[in-house]
Design a binder for this molecule. Sequence first.
Ligand code: PGA
Length: 270
Amino acid sequence: MRRPVVAANWKMHKTPDESRRFLEEFCPLAAGWSGIEVVICPPFTALETAAGMLEGSPDKSEGRPSLSLGAQNMFWEERGAFTGEISPAMLTDLGCRYVILGHSERRQYFGETDEGVNRKVKAALAHGLIPIVCVGESLEERQRGETEAVVKRQVSGSLGGLEPARARGVVVAYEPVWAIGTGHAATGEDANRVSAFIRRVLADMYGPEVSGAVRIQYGGSVKPENIAEYSRQPEIDGALVGGASLDPHTFARIVEAFLDKRGEEHRWNS
Ligand code: PGA
């Protein structure tokens, strides 16, 4: 059984004060949820404020809502002369449990490569952080019929060389680049098909048991109006939400679509 995980990627939005106001509204909405993990990923500057507010969230035991803190990036080194960077230990020290790695905006604007993402994934796991590793093809790649080749290269490049016991803990976010922030979301069937493909690639790398345990999110123009299309897909275990996660009520409606998935046996067949 895979526990659904829905993450808010606030990108470069919200000051500490704005983050606090969001959580004051959002946390009460989450009070009745169970069997699902919700991850809030504010900018670095708001992590501490958010950590303070999420501390009391009734996490930890199965069957209760878990509101966790995540970062949007980190560097793989422990410390040193890396101006502007943040280490894994700095994140865990603040109470982070998750970290988004290899988001397409990082790949596109900051030159991140699969090799670098792989180093970050290993460092995150070594520090007990759960990486949310983003993969997905561009519009040109899709039009050229290269979706599977691109996704396979990104999955094997970003997630290679892990201990199987650790590999099963990663979260993969399938985010087609053409769907991010554009309002043009993938269809549920399409997202499910690529997610099943990702699982097959992971099965080749780590075997079916690990691959069946990895949680796969869909991301790209997710909103309350289209979330049911993804939440009902057997291979999709959650969502990575950008724009629609900035409003507490809108984000809560998205999370609620996955509450129905609690306790479902996964139906993946190799
Ligand atoms: P979006 O972004 O929901 O605004 O499309 C998703 C993401 O980039 O993670």
